[in-house]
Design a binder for this molecule. Structure first.
Ligand code: COA
Length: 208
């Protein structure tokens, strides 16, 4: 995915340009970073991703959804299933996904990308600490789900989360599927699903 426009939620960098002619040609054009930008991540963003994960998860529980090598792995294999929110060039929130090819998530889903799958497994959504509780997590998820609709091979999105985050994902349209088969140490999870495509897609692709 190329850069996704930040509008309508945010001021476009275009709107923030100085009036025409206010920059002296002698001083040359000023290169300013866009106020807000949504784009897919690349392996070069892995360190910024991991910094946010370190604060959000490792400092809390000692664990995190994706370790640095796994972040690099998925951003190399399927960068088009990630989305980052940048403010003046700085990563403030991100989602990383990969493809999965079964009804339910299994342990392998934590490390594998199945290129022929039609389910997007959302490994992680995280917002930088100083930008939380401002609606950014919900907005980023909304944009991501809209974007998935443009990918013809995607049927649904799934994730697993701890109990306390179920209401947050329900607000984004995810439905509870039941307890996940996956456990990480003492942690248990609820599996949730968002139907990106409805029954028409299933009929078209079922071969019936
Ligand atoms: C969870 C997270 C992504 C939400 O993003 P956010 O931008 O802070 O959330 P928004 O401002 O869009 O929405 C706020 C809502 O999120 C929910 N929420 C956020 N953090 C929560 C938490 N720790 N416990 C319970 N609910 C939470 C609440 O429903 C809240 O609504 P309220 O303000 O009415 O209470 C963000 O807090 C975060 O990065 N947390 C650390 C990493 C994490 O837990 N990621 C999810 C698992 S992969």
């Amino acid at each position: 995915m190329s850069t996704v426009s930040a509008l309508p939620f945010l001021k476009s960098s275009l709107l923030m340009r100085p009036p025409m002619g206010s920059t002296s040609p002698r001083r040359g054009r000023r290169h300013t970073l866009p106020a807000s930008e949504f784009r897919c991540l690349s392996p070069e963003d892995a360190i910024s991703v991991f910094e946010i994960e370190r604060e959000a998860f490792i400092s809390v529980s000692g664990e995190c959804p994706l370790h640095l090598d796994e972040v690099c792995h998925f951003l190399t294999l399927c960068p088009e299933l990630s989305l980052g929110w940048f403010e003046e060039g700085r990563l403030v929130a991100f989602i990383i996904g990969s493809l999965w090819d079964q009804e339910k998530l299994a342990m392998d889903a934590l490390t594998l990308h199945k290129p022929h799958g039609s389910t997007v497994h959302l490994h992680v959504l995280a917002v930088h600490r100083t930008f939380r509780q401002q609606g950014k997590g919900s907005i980023l998820m909304w944009r991501y789900l809209q974007y998935l609709r443009c990918l013809p091979y995607v049927r649904c999105a799934v994730l697993m989360c701890e109990d306390f985050l179920v209401p947050f994902y329900q607000k984004s349209g995810f439905k509870v599927q039941g307890p996940s088969d996956i456990t990480v140490g003492p942690l248990t999870f609820i599996e949730m699903m968002y139907p990106v495509r409805g029954h028409a897609y299933m009929r078209r692709n079922s071969g019936v």
